[in-house]
Write a protein that binds this ligand. Structure first.
Ligand SMILES: Cc1ncc(COP(=O)(O)O)c(C=O)c1O
Length: 384
């Protein structure tokens, strides 16, 4: 069976034309907080590494250079509490979105197979299941799929896009135990793991020995440098975990030429070894988050979760009956602020909007000022 036809599936962000036009019509212009695309410069240390590797006459290794694979293993030990990862269990990917979208197909899933993903989730988990002809099952509770032999792949996303919720060791262990009983693969997408907002919060990796019991069989982590290192334009990411699963993916990806360019591999290697730029960028996002969170809560919004990551998952503080995410997006667009409707992340997302922290300090300050001004006008009755 071939891949399914996705052409009729609307691309969510292409459906925002009306609210984008409304936001653009604001006299002081639009603040776009709808897409999580980084706006700050790629760190010099990483750009220098890319430039130094720009003589790339030979084909790169699909598996990644040994130095990159070792750098990923060292990064897991240093930053994610995962010691002793076998470099053979590391594979660079061309950004992580392609891996998310293609994984069910690369694992040869198809009709009759079920792919579990979080109830409110990055849409590509669903897209990947559809592409393979498998069935997506949005579910947060392990009991919704435990014991089902047709479940072949379980996605975890911690910290979550869009909510910023973080899964603890107990939850991850329950997912792993249930998946092992039915022989399903578990993949955790952890690309916001180094952007925590709660003091002392532990954001365990799926590959943490407390979760795995030291056995990585059937377990993978997807990780991306797009956000933490402002490398979205480099397409720099990797998948890591069970060496047998990685070897399986590598065998297919070699046939397809799914190779990360050698200069990008070098840039990744250097980025993974430099914690300083990651800390600096986190501090920048932390300030932007404080500004936006303060303005939202002062102007009638509540933000759920937001324990980590780059998005505020917001809803009206006073329950607003029948307000869909799209209604709420239109409300913000009237202030010249563009956000993403919660429906983009599944039916369970209706009633929320996703507000990205990925805008310049000036843009974030402008959005906050508009929110506060609108709240003040409502209070003084100058606006309905
Ligand atoms: C949860 C999650 N996974 C994967 C990606 C894809 O990131 P990239 O393809 O830039 O690595 C994103 C991007 O927003 C994301 O939020």
């Amino acid at each position: 069976m071939g891949l399914a036809d996705l052409r009729a599936l609307p691309y969510p962000w292409d459906t925002l034309g009306d609210v984008t036009a409304l936001a653009r019509s604001h006299p002081d212009g639009m603040v776009d907080l709808s897409v999580g695309t980084p706006v700050d410069p790629t760190p010099d240390v990483v750009r220098d590494a890319l430039a130094a590797a720009s003589d790339a006459h030979a084909y790169p290794l699909t598996a990644g250079t040994p130095a990159l694979r070792e750098a990923v293993a060292a990064w897991f030990a240093r930053r994610r509490g995962v010691p002793g990862l076998d470099p053979a269990g590391v594979l660079p990917t061309i950004g992580s979105k392609e891996l998310v979208g293609l994984l069910p197909s690369l694992l040869r899933l198809g009709a009759g197979d079920v792919v579990v993903h979080p109830a409110v989730a990055y849409p590509t988990y669903d897209v990947g299941a559809r592409l393979a002809g498998a069935t997506a099952l949005p579910a947060d509770d392990v009991d919704e799929w435990a014991g089902r032999a047709d479940v072949r792949l379980v996605w975890v996303n911690s910290p979550s896009n869009p909510t910023g919720a973080v899964a603890d060791v107990d939850h991850l262990r329950r997912v792993v135990d249930a998946a092992r009983r039915i022989g399903a693969v578990v993949v955790s997408d952890e690309c916001y793991a180094l952007l925590p907002w709660v003091d002392g919060l532990r954001i365990p990796s799926l590959l943490d020995p407390e979760v795995t019991g030291g056995d990585l069989t059937g377990l993978l982590v997807a990780y991306s440098l797009s956000k933490q290192s402002n490398l979205a334009g480099y397409r720099a990411a990797f998948v890591a975990g069970d060496p047998a699963l990685v070897a399986d993916l590598l065998a297919t990806r070699k046939h397809l030429g799914m190779i990360v360019p050698r200069p990008v591999q070098e840039a990744m290697r250097v980025a993974l070894g430099d914690d300083e730029h990651v800390a600096r960028q986190r501090a920048v996002y932390g300030r932007r988050r404080d500004v936006l969170l303060g303005a939202l809560t002062a102007s009638g919004w509540a933000v759920d979760h937001s324990e980590a990551g780059l998005y505020l998952w917001a809803r009206p503080a006073e329950p607003a009956p029948a307000a869909t995410g799209r209604d709420l997006v239109a409300r913000l667009a009237a202030l010249g602020i563009l956000a993403g409707p919660g429906e983009f992340y599944g039916v369970a997302g209706a009633g929320h909007v996703r507000i990205a922290l990925t805008a310049s300090d000036d843009a974030i300050a402008m959005a906050a000022a508009r929110l506060r001004a609108a709240a003040a006008q409502r209070r003084t009755g100058t606006v309905a």
